[in-house]
Design a protein around this ligand. Structure first.
Ligand code: NDP
Length: 303
């Protein structure tokens, strides 16, 4: 059997960003409107800084206005809630994203609930979660939506396919399952208490993995010819790459799937890096331009 097709998330994301940029230009030219995304960063977590910088850069590259708000690591919850309240009430703001994780003194659920559902471009607000599960129009969480777009591009119609979502987080696993169900897949959701996990995974024609465990899914967990979407991003030591100046080993990124084994069994698979990751920000930009249209009473753009 030949190796799996590699699903190129980078190229796919570039295509989506182009469509978003075209929608942003048309919003400007035809209606004189700017699409704007406000990102709130609390504290000084280095990984969060990198994510926020990338989001800002790509937002601007798509022709949208990007505004960043920084709060101190010890900012009281009330300060963040007051900022969200102000952004909710500002008609120039189309999307609000609060970068997670938040420091301990701030209740994440309270913050997510405070964002106006119409401006919740992450799709995490309970109202939007309810809309997603009941089939109503809603901003869809970015990472699972990116996975869905790649699945549809790879497989076409997903109707009737047997899908397994490994992981049941609110930001990836559960919304992924809702999206696949809406596409008429037969969906299983597995988690840390699932029995016979390798066998259950090996029944799936579509396997989406979001567990946060480096290379946990082995080649023999995969049904021959299955389409595998690896959401995991794990940094592991890579002594084979040598050491850093301080003597610590260099590192590399791996997914939740043992790629070298899986690629010999699957029909198609996303790599890490370069698979799901690039799609996530592209989907955030998509959600923002859609939010801008809806907030101004315009039909959804073709993105
Ligand atoms: P969470 O930690 O919130 O959820 C992990 C899920 O995996 C849980 O449902 C957990 O089960 C399950 N799980 C953990 N260990 C096992 C195990 N040994 N066997 C079976 N199930 C297990 O993670 P997220 O959903 O937030 O993220 C998952 C991965 O995706 C991470 O690597 C993260 O970095 C990555 N990620 C990537 C994104 C991207 O843009 N590409 C965006 C978001 C996340 P239980 O519920 O029973 O505890």
């Amino acid at each position: 059997m030949s190796d799996a097709t590699i699903i190129d998330g980078k190229a796919f994301a570039a295509g989506l960003r182009e469509k978003v940029a075209a929608a942003v230009t048309s919003l400007k030219d035809r209606h004189g409107l700017e699409a704007r995304l406000d990102v709130v960063l609390v504290g000084d977590d280095p990984a969060s800084h990198v994510y926020v910088r990338n989001k800002g850069k790509q937002t601007e590259e798509a022709g949208m206005v990007s505004v960043e708000h920084r709060l101190a690591v010890d900012a009281p919850e009330q300060e963040l809630l007051a900022l969200i309240d102000r952004l909710n009430g500002d008609p120039a703001v189309n999307g609000i994203l609060v970068q997670l994780p938040l420091p301990d003194q701030i209740d994440e659920q309270k913050v997510t609930a405070a964002i106006s559902p119409e401006k919740d471009v992450d799709g995490f607000h309970v109202v939007n979660v309810g809309r997603l599960w009941t089939g109503a129009e809603a901003p869809v969480p970015c990472t699972p939506y990116g996975c869905l777009l790649m699945l549809k591009e790879t497989l076409g119609d997903l109707k009737g396919k047997r899908a397994m979502v490994l992981g049941r987080s609110n930001i990836v696993g559960k919304p992924m399952a809702a999206l696949l169900l809406a596409e008429h897949c037969t969906v299983n959701i597995a988690h840390s208490r699932t029995r016979d996990l390798p066998e259950r995974c090996a029944e799936a024609e579509i396997l989406v993995v979001a567990v946060g465990r480096p290379e946990m899914v082995r080649g023999d967990w995969i049904k021959p010819g299955a389409t595998v979407i690896d959401v995991g991003i794990n940094r592991i030591d890579a002594p084979e790459k040598g050491t850093n100046e301080d003597g610590s080993p260099k590192t590399r990124l791996v997914g939740d799937v043992a790629f070298d084994e899986a690629v010999k069994v699957a029909g198609a698979i996303t790599p890490v890096p370069g698979g799901v990751g690039p799609m996530t920000i592209a989907c955030l930009l998509r959600n923002t331009v859609i939010a801008a249209c809806r907030q101004n009473g315009l039909p959804d753009p073709e993105v």
